[in-house]
Design a protein around this ligand. Structure first.
Ligand code: URA
Length: 434
């Protein structure tokens, strides 16, 4: 068997056998397959597709390509939420402390920003001193004592995905349903969460532009999770405009803290929706009761206090919970104004790219992020605006005409606006034994 033959078979549209898929993944994880071969395999898969059976095997082989995460000895049900990537999506920073305050264990492995999308680990590093590289022992101890920890998976976990993702990122092969499903679910299966909620984004700022494509991806991932014995559900949610009003690490952390203090916006609505779905499943209570408990956790300050505990446990300074100015914004500010009148349309993709261009995200792996860069929306999509209205503020250190052009182009006015629901579809059953 050779990698060449496997690529050739997929190029011709053949379904691969289990032996072929497992062989290919072994060759990738052991560095015997070259980047060129991985690229060719991914492009052939993107163009020819995979059967569900092939995708299940690929996911399983990738999950087992490295070390499996050790389940902490703590009692209770472990919950996890995974987003396929968006702009101004800080739901993890809200959801983890809320769930942990309700007694749902969150041993969360998160990632860094990718392309125009932000990453939870980068945002957490806004808290001075926050350590995202916990050893297995530190991770386990914190979950036992605090009920939650958020860290990066080690380089030994799912190495096949690390190599394949890096190649996909630069060869226009990210937006393939079987490749995204196996990439996301291999990381979930290498971990130990009992209850998994997948937030599958669709729209302008998502890898899947169309809601129905996102729903197909969500269904496939749910069936992979369930076949592996995990209680898996998915929400297909809109990413046409940024989820929150703030883009950029410090600004997003500030906003997550505001939500934990009661701020209402789409970020708060979606975070609460995810909390309700996960808490109901993990605690075997009705969704109505789960929502009531989550709201109460925010109202009473318990969730905010839990965030403070998590930050301190991971070596971070939690002063920003009392004073947002501890997380500064860049010194220069430029205002984006409406060039016409009408209903506002906002491109999450363009704003995500503008943030990267200003240094608030990474162009290449290993780039340093400027945590103070921010784009703050003053209007939301669908708002009626008139010429000259302030639409957004851009906080920057080094001026970048490309970034300003991207940000200006992210806003458009027209005579009509058709609102899309924040949650397009939920895939999953009602919690059992309520
Ligand atoms: N997130 C992942 O982890 N993998 C993908 O392929 C896309 C989004």
């Amino acid at each position: 068997m050779t990698v060449y033959d496997i690529i050739d078979a997929k190029k011709r549209g053949n379904a691969l056998s289990e032996a072929q898929i497992r062989f290919f993944v072994r060759e990738v994880a052991s560095d015997r397959a070259s980047d060129a071969q991985i690229a060719a395999f991914c492009m052939a898969t993107l163009l020819r597709g995979m059967t569900d059976e092939e995708c299940f095997i690929l996911t399983d082989a990738m999950a087992k390509s490295g070390e499996l995460c050790r389940r902490p000895s703590a009692e209770g049900v472990f919950a996890d939420k995974h987003s396929t990537g968006g702009v101004s999506d800080s739901t993890t920073l809200v959801l983890v402390p809320v769930l942990a305050s309700l007694g749902v264990k969150c041993a969360k492995y998160s990632g860094r920003g990718l392309g125009h999308t932000g990453g939870t680990l980068d945002k957490l590093e806004s808290f001075a001193g926050f350590n995202v590289s916990l050893s297995a022992q530190q991770f386990e101890r914190q979950v036992r004592l605090v009920g939650a920890a958020i860290a990066g998976q080690t380089e030994h976990t799912v190495p096949a995905d690390k190599r394949m993702y890096a190649v996909r990122d630069v060869t226009a092969t990210v937006d393939s349903i079987p490749l995204i499903a196996s990439s996301v679910m291999s990381k979930k299966l290498a971990s130990f969460a009992d209850v998994i909620l997948l937030d599958v984004k669709y729209g302008d700022g998502a890898f899947m532009r169309e809601a129905e494509d996102a729903a197909a991806l969500a269904r496939l991932m749910v069936s992979i999770g369930r076949a592996a014995g995990r209680d898996t559900c998915a929400a297909v949610t809109c990413m046409d405009q940024p989820l929150g009003d703030n883009i950029g690490c410090n600004a997003e952390v500030r906003e997550a803290i505001e939500v934990l203090k009661g701020k209402q916006n789409d970020l708060a609505t979606l975070s609460l929706y995810h909390c309700k779905k996960l808490a109901a499943r993990a605690l075997k209570i009705s969704e109505t009761e789960a929502e009531r408990r989550a709201q109460e956790s925010i109202r009473s300050g318990a969730a905010l206090a839990k965030l403070g505990e998590i930050v301190r446990a991971q070596g971070g300074d939690d002063a920003a919970l009392q004073d947002e100015n501890v997380l500064p914004l860049a010194k220069n500010c430029r205002t984006v104004r409406a060039k016409g009148a009408g209903f506002l349309h906002i491109s999450a993709l363009a704003l995500g790219r503008a943030c990267v261009e200003l240094g608030g995200g990474r162009k290449r792996e290993g780039d340093r992020i400027d945590h103070t860069v921010a784009i703050i929306l003053k209007k939301r999509a669908g708002d009626a605006v008139k010429t000259g209205d302030t639409l957004a503020e851009i906080y920057y250190n080094g001026a970048s005409e490309d970034a300003f052009a991207l940000a200006d182009g992210a806003f458009r006015c027209s005579g009509e606006y058709a609102p899309k629901p924040l949650v397009y579809q939920f895939i999953g059953e009602e919690p059992k034994n309520v």
